[in-house]
Design a protein around this ligand. Structure first.
Ligand SMILES: Cc1cc2nc3c(=O)[nH]c(=O)nc-3n(C[C@H](O)[C@H](O)[C@H](O)COP(=O)(O)OP(=O)(O)OC[C@H]3O[C@@H](n4cnc5c(N)ncnc54)[C@H](O)[C@@H]3O)c2cc1C
Length: 270
């Protein structure tokens, strides 16, 4: 169990039962990924939607100005939106809200993903050959263990692989040089990955201001997955249909009014 909560959420079993159950689900059979990358799901949804996508442009403030919200971006653009959906965690975000919004304090669990092309060092793992090391090495809670998991992402040949290392702290070059006997290329990403779970969880509201400012990522206090985020997003869409358009949320909308998301840039998953 400890291994699954560490691999899925970078945390010990000291998390809520639901997040623990989701970790278990993710370790069993029946999990899937889109061939070529899960990013294609987001790209596909955007392609079939009637939306204008602004990449590489961050929203730095959201102000309620009576009948609409004004979203100001780092590129100096201002967008007027009758409905605004925040679809990124606010915990480490610098978006300024006017009037201010109140969300319970929540720490994010940082997961350092380090991608290494090369070969693992059998000496580090106490075996004779790299081929004896399993495709997934997952660890338990022990302060002496510097990583959560190491798995093979791609195998080019017996001595040339790409590995994915998850850890709570950044992996130093010296540490990587002890774990890998060959290291041709290294890519590091520090993700503010998921909430640092602490049961009983306090949830931020899904409607941030009682009007038409919505927050998808409030749901992540229950569990943080692509599927649950999609369900949370659908529920927000239904809320908008019923609260803004005054429609039965089971019917698709045919009305064209402006709505904006503060998370219009796409991200590929680790
Ligand atoms: C290392 C790692 C491994 C994971 N593994 C899995 C897994 O195997 N299975 C699974 O289901 N889930 C996994 N997850 C969780 C999954 O990635 C998240 O649940 C999912 O990405 C949440 O989607 P989202 O759209 O809410 O947020 P995100 O995917 O984080 O998207 C938020 C977007 O908002 C953008 N943004 C941020 N601030 C602004 C701003 N001010 N203005 C404009 N745009 C902004 C960001 O650039 C980003 O594109 C993993 C997460 C991590 C970090």
């Amino acid at each position: 169990m400890q291994v699954t909560t560490r691999v899925n959420y970078g945390q010990s079993v000291d998390i809520s039962g639901l997040a623990g159950a989701v970790s278990l689900a993710g370790s069993g059979r029946g999990v899937w990924a889109v061939e070529g990358g899960n990013w294609q799901m987001a790209a596909g949804l955007i392609n079939i939607s009637d939306v204008e996508l602004h990449l590489h442009e961050e929203i730095d403030s959201i102000s309620y100005l009576g009948a609409y919200y004004e979203l100001n971006s780092t590129k100096g653009n201002a967008y007027s939106c009758e409905v605004t959906v925040v679809a990124t965690p606010l915990d480490e975000s610098s978006i300024q809200f006017s009037p201010p919004v109140s969300v319970p304090a929540r720490q994010l669990q940082h997961t350092h993903a380090t991608f290494v092309r090369g070969l693992v060092n059998p000496v580090y793992f106490g075996v004779k050959a790299a081929s004896e090391i399993p495709e997934l090495v997952a660890t338990i809670e022990d302060p002496r263990l510097p990583f959560t998991s190491i798995s093979i992402l791609k195998c080019y040949n017996e001595t040339d692989m790409t590995y994915k290392v998850f850890s709570r702290q950044a992996m130093t070059d010296a540490l990587l040089d002890s774990i890998f006997s060959v290291r041709k290329e290294t890519v590091r990403i520090n993700w503010g990955a998921y909430p640092h779970y602490k049961a009983p969880e306090k949830f931020a509201p899904f409607i941030l201001d009682g009007k038409h400012l919505y927050y998808v990522n409030a749901f992540e206090n229950a569990a943080s997955t692509m599927e649950t985020s999609a369900v949370a997003a659908e529920n927000i869409a239904r809320l908008i249909l019923s609260r803004f358009f005054g429609k039965d949320s089971s019917c698709p909308s045919d009305t064209k009014r402006t709505s904006c998301s503060s998370a219009e840039a796409s991200r590929s998953d680790a």
